[in-house]
Design a binder for this molecule. Sequence first.
Ligand code: IMP
Length: 191
Amino acid sequence: MEIIFATHNKNKLKEVQSLVPESIKVISLDDLNMTNEISETGHTLADNALIKARTIFELYKKPVIADDTGLDVEALNGAPGVRSARYAGEPSNAENNMNLLLHNLQTTTNRAAHFKTIIAYIDSEGKEQLFEGRVDGSIIDERRGDKGFGYDPIFVPEGSDKTFAEMSSEEKNGISHRARALKAFSDFINK
Ligand code: IMP
């Protein structure tokens, strides 16, 4: 069985392939030579994951998964949330996004935040299903670490004293929002 993963990101592709049974081959948009971007115009992570999955399903009529992730900061009423990639404007820039987030948190001591990933799955018959993964933690004032991407240098997951950017990819994948959503999906597929 083949599943299309609606991504161009090779690291995400590797992560999914390592989590699903070997009988399932995960192929990316690059494998399909699909170069156009699917615009994420939804108001929620689920909307965006579904938009991507439906676009690919309509084109190829094959099982597909698509993901969308956001960082929800409690003191900012859930911002940047669905706008995490473009929080400080386009083009997406991780440094600017972190600067704006830290600026907006200057006057608050509430540092609680969580990453959430939604995975949308459409099976060969067109049936849609959503899976969620979440990791709670807090936002720190200074950047620490140079691994990972996005908001990793300022996010410390609960139960750790390291930021995501100070962890190896194995360590981060052991607890991350994306890995948890993928695990929920792979538990479903493995049944
Ligand atoms: P995407 O849906 O995976 O493309 O994620 C949207 C945005 O959320 C990214 O551009 C990053 O800003 C942020 N993000 C997603 N996952 C992570 C992560 O694991 N660490 C830090 N930031 C992330």
